[in-house]
Design a protein around this ligand. Structure first.
Ligand SMILES: Cc1cc2nc3c(=O)[nH]c(=O)nc-3n(C[C@H](O)[C@H](O)[C@H](O)COP(=O)(O)O)c2cc1C
Length: 174
């Protein structure tokens, strides 16, 4: 069975054009649903430097990180992934792709031969260029079809999650 590695940010975010303060990030909500469906562990990728609570500040920081192609440091409770052949990787869409902290993770591990199942939450751009970016970053991994959930609908994503998990992951692990 796979492991889930995810990054998610709580605090201020934009939902349907309005700034809301989230006590739990959208990607974290979807992560819990996937973990429950599969009865597996989810491990959070925590940036070493805390991101701003303010949405506008966060947007600016993320933009700078993307322009600089920064590789922010992070903590991950499971440093050794060699026991896992399959990795479910979750992230919010930031500026059209995965956040730079995900890029850091992808570069820190040898993911050759592993099967990756990407999912994201977003506010309209779905997976953006993240699938292409993943393929470029991990050319020797098998990248399966991604799942995109609108962030504001994360609470209601049970059906989409179940479908994705069943079609792609459970069928493969039968
Ligand atoms: C810095 C930043 C950049 C974002 N860029 C995009 C984007 O390019 N396209 C999009 O659809 N949503 C974008 N969003 C919205 C998030 O993808 C969406 O709110 C997501 O559900 C947040 O997940 P989280 O709560 O797990 O962090 C952005 C949000 C932030 C904070």
């Amino acid at each position: 069975m796979p492991i889930i590695i995810y990054f998610s940010r709580k605090n201020e975010n934009m939902l349907h054009g309005e700034i809301k303060n989230l006590s739990r990030g959208n990607t974290a909500i979807v992560t819990s649903k996937i973990a429950k469906e599969l009865n597996i562990e989810a491990v959070e990728l925590i940036p070493a430097k805390e991101y701003p609570e303010s949405y506008q500040e966060m947007v600016n920081v993320a933009k700078k990180e993307k322009i600089k192609q920064a590789r922010p440091e992070y903590h991950l409770a499971v440093p050794d992934l060699s026991d896992y052949n399959e990795i479910i990787i979750g992230y919010p869409n930031w500026w059209g792709s995965y956040p730079m902290v995900i890029a850091s993770f992808l570069e820190n591990y040898d993911l050759a031969g592993k099967t990756m199942y990407p999912f994201c939450t977003h506010e309209g751009s779905a997976l953006g260029s993240s699938m292409d970016d993943l393929r470029k970053s991990c050319p020797n991994a098998i990248i399966e079809q991604g799942l995109a959930i609108h962030g504001s609908k994360s609470d209601m994503a049970n059906k989409a999650v179940k479908h994705w998990v069943t079609q792609l992951i459970l069928n493969k692990n039968k």
